[in-house]
Ligand binder design. Structure first.
Ligand SMILES: [Mg+2]
Length: 218
């Protein structure tokens, strides 16, 4: 059977990415945890994903950059989970197709988002994913995000397979999926409606309901 791996943001979770406000709040919470007293410029700096800026400001503030980053990631996960539980961030209404597919073949969740959030979402939607892989809470883990195929390769290794389909809503999903040796399916969502279909995409889907047709008969 064909293994099918799914991206998370923009595929299961509504919208293409985590709200920047979640990271701003997470950075503030991490600073408070560490007892730091930043200037406004330092606070702005560590709210970004700019590693050099963050490391510089952490050194200025006398806090460990790795520890700050990990705390920020943990707080961002908590913030995201709260927004999902409260319904502030929705999930798409066609995702039950993933559950149905899981009855027929191996399915996985592979995302640029934090691993903690990927695990939360897998549990929250209640799908029996064979593998769940999100980014590690380190600077290096952040750099391994798609279009780097690192996490897709890692998921394939864990499953012991070398082929399959990666379903995503972004051109970087297609780039990463191809680099990992997979077929790719570019999923149309409201936020990418007007985007050109990525040239390397093997398939284009109007809805997750169409994904089962890519897998073939049981
Ligand atoms: Mg996405």
């Amino acid at each position: 059977m064909t293994t099918v791996l799914f991206d998370m943001d923009g595929v299961i979770l509504e919208g293409p990415r985590t709200d920047p406000q979640v990271y701003a709040a997470a950075a503030d919470a991490a600073l408070a945890d560490l007892g730091a007293d930043p200037t406004p410029a330092q606070r702005r700096g560590v709210r970004t994903h700019d590693h050099e800026r963050i490391k510089t400001h952490c050194r200025e503030l006398g806090i460990d950059p790795d520890r700050f980053w990990k705390l920020k990631e943990t707080h961002a996960s908590k913030g995201t989970h709260d927004r999902l539980r409260s319904g502030e961030r929705g999930i798409y209404d066609d995702i039950d197709a993933i559950r149905d597919l899981g009855d027929r073949t191996a399915i996985g969740l592979v995302t640029n988002n934090r691993h903690e959030t990927a695990a939360f979402v897998a549990d929250y939607v209640g799908f029996d994913f064979d593998i769940v892989r999100g980014r590690d809470p380190t600077f290096e883990g952040y750099e391994r995000r798609k279009p780097d195929p690192y996490y897709i390769d890692d998921a394939l290794d864990a499953l012991g397979v070398t082929d399959g389909i990666y379903v995503g809503d972004s051109p970087t999903d297609v780039t990463a999926g191809r680099a990992a040796g997979l077929e790719t399916a570019f999923l149309r969502r409201p936020h990418n409606r007007d985007r050109e279909r990525p040239r390397n995409a093997t398939h284009e889907l109007a809805s997750l309901a169409d994904v089962s047709s890519l897998v073939g008969p049981e």
